[in-house]
Design a protein around this ligand. Structure first.
Ligand code: DGY
Length: 319
């Protein structure tokens, strides 16, 4: 008998084909967002769940899952939506999909930096609304990215690819991470022991750390005040790392010149304050949304399930 897998969202065709070949999947062809109760009901008799970050696998949900569930194989690198302690307590293995989305997310980060710096959202809205009247030396003047300092909070896989791409813009890379990285991984990036040490060096700040109790609200008003006047902030990681009120206030005052955002608190119902700000370049959480990457994420989640059901240790076990 093939293991039964509850798949919470519509996955790429090639991934669903492999699922059907090797497992008995319970698919979601309409891509409907399941409620917590529906997840629990649909998990009845299943051997594993393949969720996305859109499914909050809280202690309550995990506590109510049937005993048959052996694994939660996430279709995401982030796993802040899963209560790892609750999973461990029930002996449920949890995996994620690292590495395969680093290029796509770094590309999106560069888009956020350029979009914010060069006022791409404003420009697009203007052209579409038929309100573009003229060219002038003072029209739509933005900030140049080339040669500026980029500070990265979290020089992990995505952060390192972002740094590599940013070097193509002759940017000087600064970073903060829990520990200094080996020289090969740093590739010349300048380490700062604390976030506070890093911030004054950031003409551009890119957030690439994980969401955790330690990083919740990390970019708050006090830390924003440490950025150079007119810095540009981008976030393609998780919304909870940013204090929305503080960032919105800084964007209003111009203390932060522009922001590029792909990850928000309370998605998709984002803080309404962002929507009125012309200097906020807003994307709808599409960091990993390329056909290549979405296939790779699905295959990686399946590799993890294959290992689990073959009695091997999955490559990407996080709990
Ligand atoms: C991830 O993989 O964590 C992305 O944010 C999509 O869920």
């Amino acid at each position: 008998m093939k293991p039964v897998i509850l798949v919470t969202r519509k996955l790429p065709d090639a991934v669903e084909e492999r699922l059907k070949r090797d497992y008995e999947p319970r698919l979601n062809p309409d891509d409907r967002l399941y409620t917590k109760d529906e997840i629990i009901e649909r998990a009845e008799g299943a051997d594993a769940i393949l969720p996305c970050h859109t499914e909050a696998m809280t202690a309550d949900v995990i506590g109510r899952l049937p005993d048959s569930i052996r694994a939660i194989a996430n279709f995401s690198v982030g796993y802040d939506h899963v209560d790892l302690e609750a999973a461990k307590a029930r002996g449920i293995i949890v995996t994620n999909t690292p590495e395969v989305l680093s290029d796509a997310t770094a590309e999106l980060t560069i888009l956020l930096m350029l979009g914010a710096a060069r006022r791409a959202g404003e420009g697009e809205r203007l052209v579409r609304a038929g309100e573009w009247k003229d060219w002038s030396p003072s029209f739509m003047v933005g900030t140049q990215m080339t040669g500026k300092r980029l500070g990265i909070i979290g020089l992990g896989r995505v952060g390192r690819v972002t740094a590599q791409r940013a070097r193509g813009f002759d940017m000087e890379i600064h970073y903060h991470d829990l520990n200094r990285l080996p020289a090969e991984a740093e590739a010349g990036a300048i380490f700062h022991q604390t976030v506070e040490d890093l911030l004054p060096h950031c003409d551009f700040l890119a957030i690439h750390c994980v969401a955790s109790p330690q990083t919740r609200g990390l970019l708050d008003a006090e830390r924003i005040a440490l950025l150079p006047e007119g810095a540009i902030v981008v976030n393609a990681a998780r919304g909870v790392i940013v204090d929305d009120e503080a960032l919105i206030q800084a964007l209003k005052s111009g203390r932060v010149k522009a922001a590029g955002i792909d990850a928000y608190n309370n998605e998709p119902n984002i803080h309404p304050g962002y929507k009125d700000l012309p200097n906020a370049f807003l994307m709808p959480h599409i960091g990993s949304a390329t056909a290549e990457t979405r296939d790779a994420m699905g295959f990686r989640a399946l590799d993890n399930l294959d290992a689990i059901f073959a009695g091997r240790e999955p490559k990407d076990r996080v709990a």
